[in-house]
Write a protein that binds this ligand. Structure first.
Ligand code: ADP
Ligand code: MG
Length: 332
């Protein structure tokens, strides 16, 4: 994958030796804290409580957590929109406090809220955004971006006449005008219909694969994180509670379900290995919940056969991120 192996990073204007370092992470966050001051008699709110996190170059990285977990706070700090209380943030090798301009230039954010000026056309909105980032006219890629987000034929329509889905795509386009190395999507598909969701994801995957863009997305949809992300960090109450590859997160679950479709009759009760729970489903199938540490599939199937049940079909159901999430957050 592009960018995966990392690259040599040298501060601008420095010679190739000396201060250069090998950089494999797009983002490095150390002990990041944010406390919002209370307003209107509200107590202060500690939204981030010392988060450490690194995000590899070239990945599609998921920041997963329930509402109020601190995801947007983290994203907005990365984007330079919210000021952190303390901690260190490096973006594409640039310390935010030392090189604010470069660190901001490396990242493009598609915000959670639809904040578009209704009197701009997509073309106009992209041009203004490019101007804000100081992209010279000759370097602008307005037509290319319109193509990427599928708005070429709406380029000159007023934003107020665009559908909700088109507006969201325009927000994605705005995040891309300055050609950032890192694209951040804050809850990009909350309240978005399936068709647009698929399209957004296809766009994002292509940007990741063809241009090596590092993508960070926040979501509270576990399914989305599971489907899209190589790696996932789970955040809850302002703390990072887990960070691993999606594959490992799914693999850590001990609980499994064996689904048996019986042929013929099933006795009302029969012996099962210890710890196994049976649920009789309405379609006649038998779902056995068991823990891999305690029982094997073989022992379970033996018990089913010993009960005189003829097995028509059998399969195991793997746990999904939903299970992992419940397991990790339930102790809190
Ligand atoms: P998420 O994006 O995961 O839903 P947020 O980062 O938006 O979470 O919010 C984290 C916590 O900080 C929440 O309790 C929220 O109410 C609070 N919060 C967010 N923004 C502000 C703000 N501007 N002022 C005060 N509290 C805030
Ligand atoms: Mg949010």
């Amino acid at each position: 994958m592009v960018g995966r192996a990392g690259r040599w990073f040298c501060p601008v204007g420095k010679p190739l030796d000396g201060e250069c370092q090998f950089m494999a992470n797009a983002i490095e966050i150390e002990d990041l804290r944010k406390t919002y001051k209370g307003s209107g008699g509200q107590p202060p709110k500690e939204a981030l409580k010392g988060v450490n996190l690194s995000i590899p170059q070239g990945s599609i990285f998921g920041l997963l957590g329930p509402n109020g977990a601190g995801k947007s706070t983290m994203i907005n700090i990365l984007a330079g929109l919210t000021i952190k209380t303390s901690g260190k943030v490096s973006i594409w090798g640039f310390d935010q406090d030392v090189n604010p301009r470069q660190s901001r230039a490396a990242i493009g954010v598609m915000p959670q809220e639809l904040n578009l000026d209704p009197f701009f056309t997509p073309r106009g909105a992209l041009e203004v955004q490019a101007g804000l980032y100081g992209v010279p006219k000759r370097d602008r890629r307005t037509d290319e971006i319109l193509e990427i987000i599928g708005l070429t034929d709406k380029a000159d329509a007023y934003a107020r006449n665009l559908s909700g889905g088109m507006r969201r795509r325009l927000l994605l386009g705005k995040a891309l005008v300055h050609n950032p190395q890192i694209l951040v999507l804050d809850e990009p598909t909350a309240g978005v219909d399936i068709e647009l969701r698929q399209m957004l994801w296809a766009n994002v995957r292509r940007l990741n694969e063809e241009r090596g863009l590092t993508v960070i997305l926040t979501t509270h949809y576990l399914e989305e994180a599971q489907e899209m992300c190589d790696e996932i960090a789970i955040i809850n109450h302002g703390e990072l509670i887990k960070r691993d590859t999606t594959k490992n997160l799914l693999g850590m679950m001990d609980a499994k379900t064996l689904l048996v479709e019986p042929e013929g009759t099933v006795p009302d009760s029969f012996d099962l290995p210890e710890g196994v729970k049976l649920e009789r489903r309405r379609d006649g199938s038998l779902a056995f919940d068991f823990s891999r540490g305690q029982t094997s599939v073989g022992a379970l199937l033996d018990a089913v056969r010993n009960a005189g049940i003829t097995i028509g079909d059998v399969r195991t159901l793997e746990p999904d991120l939903e299970d992992v999430f419940v397991e990790l957050t339930s102790s809190k």
